[in-house]
Write a protein that binds this ligand. Structure first.
Ligand SMILES: [Mg+2]
Length: 316
């Protein structure tokens, strides 16, 4: 139901992708249309257009820009706002909404996400880049980017999250790339697949980077060794069977923190930022942006229907 619009409430630029095919996307579009007096709506047709729009709005000195979409749209808007003082508002309408979950922004009711923006509480978040592409939540080199690359929309529509598991299980049987990772203090590690976290969550509510804090100026890095690759396959089989056991033996992966990172590969490897494919490269550099990103987020994460549900079904 729409709220009675008020003349007193500010009107925010809102960037959205009207082509969102999911039910959630359609509901989001309805909410935005019902509350159209609160927004200046910019419907974009491509990622590039979203980046450009956000960049122009920031350049014009807009105090706030709202990104309405999944983690992909969010990443595009973040790229456009990077380096500016424009505050990001988040309307999570995707399937995962990892960044919204990380920040405690309600991701099941847009009305409540709007309340967070109107309440005006903000947090400063670190921004990092992978070969120049900004990301706010996480990035990957190798396996997970390749899974994204090779999972089709049709498969996602048909099998849901299981489609990634299916692609993953197939890819893990292929020979992995050889990656050499160099930290700023000169440490070298060998690995086959690397995940990097700004925040702690990876893929939904899964707290993968146990020590991550998105305001400590450090990246949390997990390097999978070749033996770790086999463990990933085992875990994926577990996911497919309905049970997940992510207990990795310590010699199959390395967890470290660093402000920058350099990776070289023996062949071009796919990379992803915030779940969006970036490029294939044999040299990958992670760097920290000089400016942080300011985001509307509750001081205390609000309970959501989803966390209530989790509490109900989880014994711990
Ligand atoms: Mg950090």
């Amino acid at each position: 139901m729409s709220e009675t619009p008020s003349e007193d409430l500010p009107r925010y630029p809102l960037i959205l992708n009207p082509k969102a095919k999911s039910e959630r996307g359609k509901r989001a579009l309805n909410f935005v249309m019902q509350n159209a007096t609160r927004f200046v709506i910019y419907a974009t047709r491509s990622r590039e257009e979203s980046v450009e729009l956000a960049r122009e709005l920031a350049k014009k000195g807009e105090p706030v820009v709202i990104a309405a979409g999944g983690d992909g749209t969010l990443n595009a808007v973040v790229e456009g706002l990077a380096g500016s003082r424009t505050i990001l508002g988040v309307f999570p309408t995707g399937t995962m909404n990892v960044f919204a979950r990380e920040m405690g922004i309600p991701f099941d009711q847009l009305k409540r996400a709007m309340e967070v923006i109107d309440a005006g509480e903000k947090k400063m978040v670190d921004l990092f880049t992978l070969n120049g592409a900004p990301f706010v939540q996480m990035a990957g080199v190798g396996f997970d980017a390749q899974v994204i690359e090779e999972t089709t929309w049709q498969s996602k529509k048909r099998y849901g999250p299981l489609s990634y598991v299916m692609t993953g299980a197939r890819l893990l049987r292929e020979r992995p790339p050889k990656l050499t990772i160099t930290t700023p203090d000169g440490q070298e590690h060998e690995g086959v697949f690397i995940l990097v976290g700004n925040g702690s969550l990876y893929g939904g509510q899964f707290r993968f980077f146990g020590q991550a804090d998105n305001a400590d100026q450090l990246l949390d890095i997990v390097i999978f060794k070749e033996s770790g690759y086999r463990m990933v396959l085992e875990s994926l089989k577990g996911v497919a069977r309905g049970g997940v056991d992510m207990q990795f033996p310590s010699d199959s992966m390395v967890y470290l923190q660093a402000a920058t990172l350099r990776i070289t590969a023996d062949e071009p490897v796919p990379t992803e930022v915030d779940g969006e494919l970036h490029d294939r490269a044999t040299e990958i550099n992670f760097a920290r942006s000089d400016t942080k990103l300011e985001v509307f987020a509750p001081a205390e994460p609000l309970p959501s229907k989803w966390t209530d549900f989790l509490k109900m079904i989880r014994p711990w």
